[in-house]
Design a binder for this molecule. Structure first.
Ligand code: AHQ
Length: 242
C-alpha cells in the first residue's frame, strides 16, 4: 500500500492522482477477489450446492443495491447529481422496456438450478449476509452522501473480477446454463460507467485531508461488507473434504 500513514495526519491534501492511487491500494489489499471462496470458484473447486448458495445469498445484495442507491439519491444536493445517480436504480430495478439486473440475477438463479420462488423468499440467505448487506444500506442512509458514493468505488475493481468469473463459470462449470450470465455481461459496461462517475465525484468533493481519509475509510468499509458476505457464505456452504 502507498504507506499506511493516514491521509488526515498530513498537513496538505493528496493530489487527485495520489488519492486515486490510495483508493486503488485499498482494492489491491482488501477487495473480495482475493477471498478464498472466489479463489476456489476460479479454480473450479466449488460444488453445485456452493454455487447455488452463493447465487441465492448474493440475490440479497443485488436486491439491496437499488435501495442503497435510492438512499444516496435522497441525500444528493443537486438535480445534476440526481440525474446521474438515478441510472443505477433503473439498471437494477429495470424499466417498462428493460427488465433490469435483479431480474437477470433471478435468471442466473434458474441457470444454476434454483427456483425463482426460493430465491425471492430468501430461503437460503444466511444471517452474516443479511447483516453485512443491511450494514451497507444503513451506511448509505446515514453517512454524508460523498462517503456513500466513495463506498461504491469497489466497482473500480469489479469489471476485472466479473470478466474472469464469466470465463471460469463457462469453462469449469459446464452444468450452468450460460444464458444465466447476462447479468455479468451487463455489469462489464455499467460498472466502469458507475465507477468513473463515483471517482470524479470523490476527487471533486473530497478536498481536505480529513475528507480524503473518510473516502478511503468508506471504501475499506465496503470491502469489508463484501468480504463478510463471502465469509458467511463459505461457512454455510463449506468445501467438501477431498
Ligand atoms: O453486481 C454488482 C453491483 O451491481 C454492484 C453495485 C456496486 C455498488 O454500488 O456498491 N457494487 C456492486 C458489485 C456487484 N457485483 C460484485 C461481484 O463481485 O459480482 C462486486 C460489487 C462491487 O464491487 O461493489
Amino acid at each position: 500500500m502507498l504507506g499506511q500513514s493516514k491521509v488526515a495526519s498530513r498537513e496538505k491534501p493528496l493530489t487527485k492522482g495520489e488519492l486515486t492511487e490510495r483508493l486503488k491500494d485499498v482494492g489491491r489489499s482488501f477487495y473480495h477477489d482475493k477471498h478464498p471462496f472466489h479463489i476456489a470458484m476460479h479454480q473450479g473447486k466449488l460444488t453445485r450446492e456452493q454455487i447455488q448458495g452463493w447465487v441465492a445469498n448474493r440475490y440479497y445484495y443485488q436486491k439491496s443495491v437499488p435501495i442503497k442507491d435510492a438512499a444516496i439519491l435522497s441525500n444528493l444536493p443537486s438535480r445534476e447529481l440526481r440525474r446521474e445517480w438515478i441510472q443505477r436504480i433503473l439498471d437494477h430495478d429495470g424499466t417498462h422496456e428493460e427488465k433490469g439486473g435483479i431480474e437477470a440475477w433471478l435468471r442466473l438463479g434458474e441457470a444454476v438450478g434454483l427456483t425463482r420462488e426460493e430465491i425471492l423468499r430468501e430461503d437460503h440467505v444466511v444471517p452474516g449476509v443479511r447483516f453485512s448487506v443491511d450494514a451497507y444500506v444503513h451506511f448509505a442512509r446515514t453517512k454524508p452522501w460523498i462517503e456513500a458514493v466513495a463506498s461504491s468505488l469497489t466497482e473500480l475493481f469489479s469489471p476485472d473480477l466479473i470478466s474472469k468469473r464469466m470465463k471460469v463459470l463457462e469453462r469449469l462449470y459446464p452444468w450452468i446454463d450460460s444464458r444465466g450470465f447476462e447479468y455479468f455481461q451487463n455489469r462489464l459496461t455499467q460498472a466502469p460507467r458507475d465507477s468513473d462517475c463515483a471517482l470524479r465525484l470523490v476527487l471533486t468533493y473530497c478536498q481536505s485531508p480529513e475528507e480524503q481519509q473518510r473516502a478511503v475509510d468508506a471504501l475499506k468499509f465496503k470491502c469489508d461488507v463484501l468480504w463478510a458476505q463471502l465469509d458467511a457464505i463459505e461457512k454455510a456452504y463449506p468445501a467438501k473434504i477431498e
